[in-house]
Design a protein around this ligand. Structure first.
Ligand code: MN
Length: 306
């Protein structure tokens, strides 16, 4: 498996990007880096960055629009700001390519609404589709991956569920559009994580993973497998079944925990759950799934817990 951790687990505690890279190099199993653009590139020389990160590779980067676009990224009612929001994503594509990455993740933190009568839904949907299409066409050599989240920062997000992101992919209608699935975001929406995975992967549109765990009512960002063992095991099984060969990125929030140990704990438990799935075997799991029976499923979960 390819693994990456979250830079802000270190940066939010005052460490530099280079210090975080050094920490990742010391962990067992980390293979890739995943940046935020533009925040992690302030004052960074790309050639220097490439030297410092070797032998780690870059998966890609996530665009962060942040507060300047509070009224919307791609649905902003100010045409100039909207244009700059699309341009920021295109600039991110250039940087991603320059450092050897292949996936640009778009999470539309500001595209949503709070009030009835606040939004013309059809107009805004079309702005989302057209903006994303423009980014896809700008960088046909990169994977443009939309990460959905049901709410936070807005009360309602434009792209709020597995179903919505699959519909979006259909509307954008480009070969390089896909999605990144965040485990906590799926739980927040009461989307069954493995179900969404199967829909996206079966269409060849699963470009990224944000692995974490939580209680479902917010973006808890806890260690993978800490809360929902059975759902995590099912998720790993379907990753193997569809031959996912992208990066497993741990999108967790070690606010009180030591960041390096927390990332390593994620990676170790993911490997353990993967080993359990492999021990039981894909064929045996498929046989149980085919029974379509709750008790048989629970017997399998019990077996996986051993
Ligand atoms: Mn995420």
């Amino acid at each position: 498996m390819n693994y990456a951790g979250r830079f802000n687990s270190f940066v939010f505690k005052g460490q530099t990007v280079y210090e975080a890279i050094d920490a990742y190099k010391q962990m067992r199993g980390i293979t890739h880096l995943e940046f935020n653009y533009p925040e992690h590139f302030a004052g960074i020389d790309l050639e220097e960055l490439k030297r410092r990160m070797t032998p780690l590779r870059v998966n890609g980067l996530a665009i962060r629009w942040r507060r300047e676009w509070l009224r919307g990224n791609f649905t902003n009612d100010d045409p100039g700001l909207r244009r700059r929001a699309v341009q920021l994503a295109k600039d991110g594509c250039d940087v991603c390519r320059a450092i050897g990455g292949s996936v640009v993740t778009l999470w539309f933190e500001n595209d949503g609404f709070e009030y009835a009568f606040q939004t013309d839904y059809e107009t805004c949907w079309n702005l989302m589709v057209e903006g994303i299409r423009e980014v896809c066409d700008y960088a046909p050599d990169l994977k443009i991956s939309v990460e959905y989240k049901p709410y936070e920062e807005r009360e309602f997000a434009m792209i709020d569920s597995t179903g919505m992101v699959m519909y979006l992919i259909d509307c954008v209608d480009r070969p390089n559009i896909g999605c990144t699935l965040d485990f906590c975001h799926m739980l927040m929406k009461h989307d069954l994580p493995a179900y969404g995975l199967a829909l996206a992967a079966s269409k060849g549109r699963l470009y990224g993973l944000h692995m974490n765990d939580g209680y479902g009512y917010k973006d808890s960002g806890m260690i993978f497998g800490s809360v929902n063992f059975s759902l995590c095991a099912e998720f790993v099984y379907y990753l193997e079944r569809y031959g996912y060969n992208g990066v497993v990125f741990f999108d967790t929030f070690p606010i009180r925990e030591e960041s390096k140990a927390e990332c390593q704990a994620n990676l170790d438990v993911f490997e353990l759950i993967k080993a359990k799935v492999d021990r039981v075997g894909k064929e045996e799991i498929a046989r149980v799934v085919a029974e379509h029976d709750g008790i048989a499923a629970q017997r399998l979960i019990t077996e996986l817990m051993k």
